[in-house]
Design a protein around this ligand. Sequence first.
Ligand SMILES: [Fe+2]
Ligand SMILES: [Fe+2]
Length: 206
Amino acid sequence: MATQTKSRPAAKRKPEKQAKADAVAKAKAIEPDVAARIGSTPRTKFRGNPDIFGRLVEDHDRHRALFAMIEETEGKSTERQTLFRELALEVQAHAAAEEQALWSTVLRNPETTEFARHAVAEHKEIDEMFADLAARDMASPGWLKRFASAKEEYLHHIREEEQEQFVAAEKTLGASDVHYMRKVFNRRKKAEKAAAKIEKKIKLKD
Ligand SMILES: [Fe+2]
Ligand SMILES: [Fe+2]
């Protein structure tokens, strides 16, 4: 009698709406009284996906919510300080874990090197933007304006990942790769967030 091989049950996909609501709830937990008006989000086939790409979009939605929440706050309020700190640490840990779990492998494949390089180069620019914002006075009138342009840049980065770089990467990765990468990402994100520090450095050029 042939022995039946046990196949691993396929991980379940979360409905898109639910995935987005859960991600926003994580941001809201930081400051429950601040509204998170993220509105509509760019189309992506990965929201709710059970592997690495869905996990990354979950973080992206959480970051979209934190950006929106900070825009609801005033001056040097504790809400703004708490939310900015959370966003800066989140973005830093997300980018590092994304590089370790996903981009390092994608970079190694000549077919997709360029996509990974693009995403990683933008991470460096995003780090600098956050260091610049952290070094400036939150109560000054120009801060929110700088914050708005940082938001625009970050939203551009995550939209491109979701619509271009993840799409290209997915084509060259197998089902077990993307499953395993989610686990690596979760483990690394936790460690990176625990070790993350807010850097303060004014950008010399605007
Ligand atoms: Fe990224
Ligand atoms: Fe990302």
